[in-house]
Design a protein around this ligand. Structure first.
Ligand SMILES: O=C(O)CCC(=O)C(=O)O
Ligand SMILES: [Fe+2]
Length: 293
């Protein structure tokens, strides 16, 4: 359990130590010095993505009190929206946020820009075509992802490539102070908490920090996170289970996890616990990567 409200930062963390001291302990960490030679750190930009695939169709989300609104537009159009917003003095709300995009599957040439990939941090089961499990976040400065946890109760390794983001995270035991709505979203706004409306939040221990280009962030299953982009940003994550977290994910059906999520957890448990090969499981799992929640 974290008592201080700081996250640990580790330089070139070995995979053994990562597993023993962070994954097994359910402890978040920022790792630097592992991806500093990736070509993507210099190469990736809005212009680069536009040039690679101008007509690619994207989905972008707008989060509001009323829920999540989704729109569809081409890469070219989306990047134009971001560029116009960044050129303007930020008086208007930011453009919608491109969230959970399986970009390595859509533009496979990008995989060469994230080498060497630290596969050692992941269970071997994910090594076969690992990039299929990655999801991208591309957006303007000020883009926001409201407070939530990842819906399958997976571990999350998050790679920051372009721009900075501010994370506010809370460990799973603090979820009870954050006023849950549905399965995975929370009503408290950690940037400006309304203690009259949400008095229990006073008991929570939010941890606030910035991730910079070249940082890797690890969040254990069930970590609540609220993410604000400081700059135009490109990031991606990989959500993954250990055998143990896949079983915990399955057991969460008793705590209200939607049945559709449990289906994906069942597939992952079949892979990780029963050792069904990823080549077979992925056929059924891939709809999760286009699943809008
Ligand atoms: O970067 C963001 O805006 C959201 C990231 C996130 O929610 C995740 O990696 O699960
Ligand atoms: Fe998330």
């Amino acid at each position: 359990m974290i008592i201080s409200s700081e996250i640990e930062r580790r330089y070139k963390l070995s995979s053994n130590e990562f597993k023993k001291n962070y994954v097994e302990q359910g402890k978040p960490v920022i790792i630097s010095g592992v991806i500093q030679n990736w070509d993507s750190l210099d190469k990736w930009s809005l212009k680069y993505l536009k040039q690679l695939s101008p007509s690619l169709n994207l989905y972008a989300k707008r989060f509001s009190d009323k829920g999540i609104e989704i729109c569809s537009l081409t890469m070219e159009k989306y990047i134009e929206l971001i560029e116009n917003y960044e050129a303007d003095s930020h008086n208007n709300p930011p453009p919608p946020y491109c969230h959970d995009l399986p970009l390595f599957s859509l533009i496979p040439s990008l995989i060469a820009d994230v080498q060497p990939f630290p596969l050692d941090y992941l269970p071997k089961w994910y090594w076969y075509k690992w990039w299929r499990y990655c999801q991208f976040f591309i957006g303007a400065s000020n883009s926001l992802t409201p407070l939530h946890f990842d819906c399958l109760l997976t571990n999350n390794i998050f790679f920051q490539l372009v721009g900075r983001k501010q994370f506010t995270i809370l460990l799973p035991e603090d979820a009870k102070y954050c006023y849950r709505q549905g399965w995975r979203w929370f009503l408290v706004n950690p940037e400006n908490p309304d203690f009259n409306k949400y008095p229990e939040y006073k008991n929570a221990k939010p941890i606030k920090f910035i991730v910079n280009p070249g940082d890797i962030l690890y969040m254990p299953p069930g970590t609540l996170h609220h993410v604000r982009s400081f700059d135009m940003s490109i990031s991606f994550n990989i959500d993954w289970h250990t055998p143990k977290s896949s079983l915990n994910g399955l057991a969460a059906i008793a705590k209200g996890m939607p049945i559709q999520n449990s289906y994906y957890n069942l597939l992952l448990a079949m892979g990780l616990v029963l050792k069904v090969p990823p080549q077979i499981i992925f056929k059924f799992y891939k709809s999760y990567l286009n699943y809008v929640s």
